[in-house]
Design a protein around this ligand. Structure first.
Ligand code: MET
Length: 404
């Protein structure tokens, strides 16, 4: 009989493709554990008969912010199930580390607190951002001071106490795109944070273009099924260590069941994003040619999010859908539609909202995995409930923006 079979998987010899990482990252040790599905560790605390060793682990975490060596002492320090999701997301974004949080807003809060704790309270940001991100920066709830600018104004807006430049591209909800590389250059030594929730690492990896921090509402495409709330920051290990310390101090941890669901979501992320994007592109083509639609927004990089402005009453479209789910949020297997001025961007002051392109007739749709003909039929009947455009005869521009 052969000698014992090695329980250690052979080291990867070459970088793996994104689709492969999506399925395997964060799971590399499973075969050696004799497992197929990742185990879920629901422990809130971890027993130890050796208080001196526990004290050392606590000191090490307080000093370094590194993931604890051995049992995590307490679930606010670390969780092995969530850590699998963090490992996998970091791999997909092509960076050393990721730190997961209870929601996207908890993740953004931790970034702002981490920079403020380093004496860098000033943020430069470009609108539009997701409405609650805009509010968190602007309301000063965390002691942040924000300067809003356009991409060309970033370099001039940076001050000695600027700790962060923040953009979202494609933007929520207008799908406006920003040249990440150009902005990263303008940032100089100030870290650029890109909210990559809409694009996902399937379509865009901001760290490859000079961004230093990537933010996700994991609730959206990463989870992918509308049943898990979470947030995650991908970055280098030095900043991840600070984020873990902030997470420990403020308690915005991701529940391990959510960590499990997010890891499971990642495995189908590339397939879901590509399939939904194909349907979105087809809907964009049809909407662009439709006389009931004033304008269609769709980013050059593609994706499954579309926005469009109607001539008629946008609330009637929301009331009229029968297959598409009339709900805020995005990135689920089912299609969702919402009116940003009423919901996702309600919290942004009306003038700022309008000035950043979030008009009252704008609708945002997250295209899911239904058959595109069924989606089109539902959109058509919902649009038909509204009045036909009078503006069209006045020769107002029709058609898509943003590269279409
Ligand atoms: C609570 S409103 C928004 C949820 C989500 N971030 C969205 O843009 O739809």
């Amino acid at each position: 009989m052969d000698d014992e079979v090695s329980m250690t998987p052979p080291a990867a010899t070459s970088p793996r493709a994104l689709a492969t990482e999506a399925v395997h990252a964060g799971r590399d040790d499973l075969a050696s554990l004799g497992l197929h599905a990742p185990p879920i560790d629901l422990s809130t605390t971890y027993p130890s008969y050796d208080s001196r060793a526990e004290a050392m682990r606590i000191d090490a975490f307080a000093t370094t912010g590194a993931r604890p060596d051995g049992p995590p002492v307490y679930a606010r320090l670390d969780n092995p199930t969530t850590a699998r999701f963090e490992t996998a997301l970091a791999r997909l974004e092509g960076v050393e580390s990721a730190v997961a949080f209870a929601s996207g807003m908890a993740a953004l809060s931790a970034v702002l607190l981490a920079r403020a704790s380093q004496g860098l309270r000033h943020v430069v940001a470009v609108r539009p951002l997701y409405g609650c991100s805009d509010h968190l920066l602007g309301a000063g709830l965390l002691g942040t001071e924000v300067t809003w600018t356009d991409p060309a104004g970033i370099a001039d807006a940076i001050r000695p106490d600027t700790g962060l430049v923040m953009i979202e591209t494609p933007a929520n909800p207008t799908l406006a795109e920003i040249d990440i590389r150009a902005v990263a250059h303008a940032c100089g030594s100030v870290p650029l944070l890109v909210d990559n929730t809409f694009a996902t690492p399937v379509l865009q990896r901001p760290l490859e273009h000079g961004a230093r921090i990537v933010l996700h509402s994991a609730t959206k495409y990463l989870g992918g099924h509308g049943d898990v709330l979470g947030g995650v920051v991908a970055c280098d290990e030095a900043f991840a260590a600070t984020l873990r310390q902030v997470r420990f101090a403020t308690g915005g941890v991701l529940h391990p069941l959510a960590g499990y669901l997010l890891l499971r979501g990642l495995s189908t992320l590339p397939v879901r994003v590509r399939a939904a994007s194909a349907s979105a592109a087809e809907l964009v083509r049809r909407l662009t040619a439709d006389p009931r639609i004033a304008r269609v927004h769709y980013p050059r990089i593609g994706g499954a999010m579309i926005s469009f402005e109607v001539y008629g009453d946008p609330h009637r479209v929301i009331a009229g859908v029968r297959l598409i789910t009339p709900a805020v949020s995005l990135g689920s297997v089912d299609s969702l539609i919402q009116h940003p001025a009423s919901i996702s961007h309600r919290i942004v002051e009306e003038g700022d909202r309008r000035a950043s392109g979030v008009g009252d007739r704008l609708l945002r749709m997250s295209v899911g995995l239904e058959d595109v003909e069924d989606l089109w039929a539902d959109l058509c009947q919902a649009l038909s409930d509204g009045p036909l455009p009078s503006a069209r005869s006045a020769g107002q521009p029709l058609g898509a923006s943003a590269g279409r």
